[in-house]
Ligand binder design. Structure first.
Ligand SMILES: C[S@@+](CC[C@H](N)C(=O)[O-])C[C@H]1O[C@@H](n2cnc3c(N)ncnc32)[C@H](O)[C@@H]1O
Ligand SMILES: [Zn+2]
Length: 263
């Protein structure tokens, strides 16, 4: 099902590597993933963001979101369905979803993220790749999941079966509002842009909203895994460091798309 990023021929697993008929070869790392990104420059989330995300998610604050995704899936797919987690990050959602839907494959453009995902879910297949050129055969998936990660319609449409679904998760307007209020004088609400596509249509949107009391350490991880860490001045970051705990809202939209029949 994996294809060679150079010549697009099928990849076959031989011992500890994947090879195509043209003798292009990709080693499986000691953590169990394969790097199919041709560019050697590091891309995607860096180690600081990945470690922070991994530590934060390990506390299960986003378990309500993972459970909502499972509920959505139960309306559309069955236990044998094949799921692709695009931009899967550290593999947290896979670790929850696989208890019901075990056939999950994941990729991310960040090697640091995929290393974490492969170590967390040794039973799943992971590879490093970009969502705009995914080294997988066409028409394979019953479901593709994009959680807070860029979506590339052309590849989604190519990879989904005709009756497959795309799930996109993005923040609601009041996501992390208390955190923002504690940093900025005029905390603004996020804009809720509904993603729109030429060859996919929106079937349903479901909300997931929860609130948790976060410790100093949680707040530090949370800020480091968001773009605020890079956009916020040192003075404003210091404001967060002075907080001992904070109730924070987690609010998400889960959009479900279907493929239009003529594509
Ligand atoms: C905000 S994180 C979300 C990770 C994961 N979905 C989660 O929710 O835990 C965004 C992820 O998208 C990845 N990413 C960014 N651009 C990408 C691309 N073009 N192809 C694949 N992954 C990408 C980043 O490396 C990062 O892991
Ligand atoms: Zn090849």
């Amino acid at each position: 099902m994996l294809i060679c990023p150079k010549c697009k021929e099928k990849l076959n697993r031989i011992d500890n590597s994947y090879k195509c008929i043209n003798n292009h070869s990709y080693d499986i790392s000691k953590y169990g993933y394969v790097n199919l990104l041709l560019s050697k420059t590091n891309a995607g989330d860096d180690k600081v963001m990945v470690d922070a995300r991994y530590n934060f998610l390990s506390k299960d604050y986003y378990l309500p979101l993972a459970s909502s995704i499972i509920n959505v899936l139960s309306d559309y797919i069955n236990k044998d369905s094949l799921i692709l987690d695009g931009g899967c990050g550290t593999g947290y959602y896979d670790s929850v979803i696989k208890s019901i839907y075990p056939n999950i494959i994941g990729y991310d453009i960040s090697k640091d993220a995929i290393t974490k995902a492969a170590r967390l879910n040794k039973d799943l297949t992971y590879f490093v790749a970009s969502s705009n050129d995914v080294p997988l055969e066409s028409n394979l998936f019953d479901c593709i999941i994009n959680i807070f990660t860029p979506t590339f319609e052309k590849e989604i449409v190519r990879l989904l079966k005709d009756d497959g679904i795309l799930i996109i998760v993005s923040p609601k307007d009041n996501h992390l509002i208390e955190l923002k209020k504690s940093i900025y004088k005029n905390a603004y609400l996020n804009e809720e842009d509904i993603p729109s596509f030429n060859n996919l249509y929106l079937d349903k949107c479901v909300e997931s909203i929860s609130k948790s009391n976060l410790s100093k350490e949680d707040l530090d991880n949370l800020i480091k895994m968001t773009p605020y860490f890079y956009k916020t001045s040192k003075d404003n970051l210091d404001k967060i460091n002075s907080i001992d705990c904070l109730d924070v809202t987690f609010a998400f939209n889960i959009y479900i798309y279907k493929k239009r029949t003529n594509c």
